[in-house]
Design a protein around this ligand. Structure first.
Ligand code: ASP
Ligand code: MG
Length: 408
């Protein structure tokens, strides 16, 4: 007998008919002789609406205000867990819902983007032992001073994986509206293929580089605790994509996926003084403002006097980034340029560790299409380039073909 954590996303529980469908998925797993614990999202659209309400009455600036925000937005999941318990009971299945605090989901105090610190699984284990299907709301937890927290948007993936880790479950199935992880976004490239297995590390890169199937934090947890995590659709019976250790990815491939993201903007400082401490003077105020910087390039100046620095920040942070730099007295530059019409395209694959020339293949492919590269950044298993946004689809398709990923 295996213990499976099933997590269902917002589209899978979007209405009562779909909640009945989820109940059938649970039943199917039980019929195999397995034990099941369930984690749910709110009905799709509900969290957005709840967030909207809070913004209508508050600027949400202080920690106390964000604590109340959490009280409001955590409520969406309360509805779905109760409804699923009722649906299962109507099928003669023993089920019981537990809110985050009842289920012992302890988090830190960073309201609206809290992190799970531990799960006291006693209540859930007890319920499982007594033959119940415990149903837990994703996205929420409790601080040690008894306040409700939420984990950041999309956080119920993280709840699912964290619960699977804490229960030492045999697998965590993340049911969503796509049937797995693809070599690239099938919406912009019909030749995308579904992957049977992806290494945790590849998934981590892909999630943070724009593949929206899983919350990045959930992949981090899966990797850390070696949780066998499967991404699959609640609307079909097909197997999905399994996240596994690198050694287990048997398919011999060099590149696993191509991702893109249109959420970043480029900032360039022209004529920055070339002396020690300049980078620190620029990036210090950004860090203080909690503005994440992603790609960075700085060149060496010919005359040793001035140089240019380019970096990217989230489009949503651009205004604040400019303000932070303009306010930083220590930063001297001639001109500040920004560009929001950029996209980051990345190729990801653990094969990069052992094969040379994969980056060059990317540059050549883009050059052949006449696409100019603005910024390049690399890690051991990925190469990212910043390009003009209008070439995103073209670049993704060309790279997909060049690395032999197209569906046959
Ligand atoms: N309901 C929350 C959200 O929409 C959490 C989740 O769905 O993962 O962000
Ligand atoms: Mg979701």
């Amino acid at each position: 007998m295996a213990l499976i954590v099933q997590k269902f996303g917002g589209t899978s529980v979007a209405n009562t008919e779909r909640i009945r469908n989820v109940a059938k998925k649970v039943q199917k797993e039980l019929k195999k002789g397995n034990k099941v614990a369930v984690v749910l999202s709110a009905m799709s659209g509900v969290t957005d609406q709840l967030v909207g309400y809070t913004k209508e009455v508050s600027e949400l600036r202080t920690a106390e205000e964000l604590a109340e925000y959490d009280t409001v937005v955590a409520s969406g999941e309360q509805v779905t867990v109760g409804l699923l318990a009722l649906a299962l009971m109507s099928m003669g299945i023993k089920a019981k819902s537990f809110l985050g605090w009842q289920a012992g989901i302890k988090t830190d105090k960073i309201h609206s983007k809290a992190r799970i610190e531990g799960i006291d699984v006693k209540v859930i284990k007890d319920a499982l032992k007594k033959g119940f299907v415990p149903i837990i709301p994703g996205f929420q937890g409790i601080t040690d001073d008894n306040r409700i927290t939420t984990l950041g948007r999309g956080g119920s993936d993280t709840s699912g994986v964290a619960l699977a880790a804490a229960l030492k479950a045999d697998r965590c199935d993340i049911y969503t509206d796509v049937d797995g992880v693809y070599t690239t976004d099938p919406r912009i490239n019909p030749k995308a293929r579904k992957l049977q297995k992806v290494a945790y590390e590849e998934m981590l890169e892909m999630a943070s580089l724009g593949a929206k199937v899983l919350q990045t934090r959930s992949v981090e947890l899966a990797m850390k605790y070696h949780v066998r995590t499967q991404v699959l659709s609640s609307f079909s019976d097909e197997p999905g994509t399994l996240l596994v250790d690198e050694e287990e990815v048997m398919e011999r491939r060099l590149i696993t996926g191509i991702t893109y993201s249109k959420s970043d903007a480029r900032v360039t400082l022209i004529g920055v003084e070339d002396s020690p401490g300049v980078a620190a003077a620029i990036f210090g105020p950004l860090a203080d403002g909690e503005i994440n910087v992603d790609m960075i390039v700085q060149n060496i100046s010919e005359d040793g006097k001035s140089t240019d620095i380019t970096f990217t920040v989230a489009k949503t942070d651009l205004k604040r980034a400019i303000a932070a730099i303009e306010k930083a007295k220590k930063v001297k530059y001639k001109k500040l340029l920004t560009d929001s019409n950029v996209a980051k395209v990345s190729v990801v694959g653990v094969g990069m560790r052992s094969h040379a020339g994969l980056a060059q293949q990317m540059f050549k492919t883009l050059a052949d299409k006449g696409i100019n590269i603005l910024v390049i950044s690399t890690s051991e298993i990925k190469v990212s380039v910043l390009i003009n946004e209008e070439y995103t689809e073209l670049a993704v398709r060309a790279l997909h073909t060049a690395y032999g990923l197209d569906k046959k």
